[in-house]
Design a binder for this molecule. Structure first.
Ligand code: NDP
Ligand code: 8X3
Length: 252
């Protein structure tokens, strides 16, 4: 039985990945700050699929999160077959000249430094075992910039670059590295971006059919389930109604 480690499994795409991989018979290490959600997920998935689910409370903005996770895996003799670096967020949507420094730090600490902390601790285990797969959640915001997206776009451009560089560093160890770059997916993402303003968040998805978390989890599952000699380097996935970061066909 294989094991997938998912950061940010308490909501949205991470949670949908947990369900998808559980359905396929994988064991799960699910991490996030909201441990009560992870415990509830464990109860649900263990009952439904009879797999092992290990919830780990983790704040990826803390450098210690990587070593804590690695120690947890070692203590429980868990082999990291796949790491999904999914934990991430946007905070604010302000022009650069009036952006909130707190928002900027939150995005950089989570999307960039958090991904690095976790990768730094899990990739050596993969190197040692001689196999593994890392899937990073980038974004269309890592391929294009858009007005007021400034720092969020910068963090996702960083994920885009890092994914390529990680692939180079890990290629000789048989480790696959993939980036998934979605467009608009309806999750808690916009509510977090707008600091809990759910009416403003709902407005983002009005007038067109956005992706849902399962659409992205299905794409991630595809990348994880291709034969071992195949690596999907980069997968951009958008709603049919979306042609670019700023071009969404709305029928309002
Ligand atoms: P959600 O807000 O629904 O989920 C985000 C997840 O990240 C939650 O489980 C949250 O858990 C976790 N997370 C946030 N901060 C931290 C932290 N400091 N430490 C640990 N976990 C954290 O959003 P999505 O599912 O949409 O987002 C998942 C990923 O997909 C992100 O990287 C996002 O940038 C990316 N993405 C999203 C798109 C979209 O349109 N929704 C499009 C493109 C990419 P908790 O709060 O419990 O810690
Ligand atoms: C989330 C998609 O376009 O809101 O990464 O930045 S977008």
């Amino acid at each position: 039985m294989k094991t997938v480690i998912i950061t940010g499994a308490s909501s949205g795409i991470g949670r949908a990945c947990a369900e998808k991989f559980a359905e396929q018979g994988w064991n799960l290490v699910v991490t996030a700050r909201r441990i009560e959600r992870l415990e509830a997920l464990k109860t649900e998935l263990v009952e439904k699929y009879g797999i092992n689910v290990y919830p780990v409370k983790l704040d990826v903005t803390q450098a210690v999160s990587g070593p804590v996770l690695a120690e947890f895996l070692q203590t429980n003799a868990i082999t990291p077959d796949l790491l999904i670096n999914n934990a991430g967020l946007a905070s604010g949507l302000d022009p650069i000249q009036s952006g909130a420094i707190d928002d900027w730090e939150r995005m950089i600490d989570t999307n960039l430094k958090g991904l690095l902390y976790i990768t730094r601790s899990i990739s050596p285990m993969m190197v040692e075992q001689g196999f593994g797969h890392i899937i990073n959640l980038g974004s269309i915001a890592g391929k294009e910039a858009y007005p007021n997206g400034n720092v969020y776009c910068a963090t996702k451009h960083a994920v885009d670059g890092l994914t390529k560089a990680m692939r180079m560093d890990l290629v000789s160890y048989g480790i696959r590295v993939t980036q998934i770059a979605p467009g608009a997916v309806e999750t808690e993402f916009s509510e977090v971006r707008f600091h809990g303003d759910s009416a403003r968040a709902a407005n983002v998805y009005k007038g067109f059919k956005p992706l849902n978390s399962n659409d992205v989890a299905d794409a991630i599952w595809y990348c994880a389930s291709v034969p071992a000699h195949v690596n999907i380097n980069d997968l951009v996935i958008m709603p049919t109604a979306q042609a670019a970061a700023t071009i969404i066909h709305k029928t309002l």
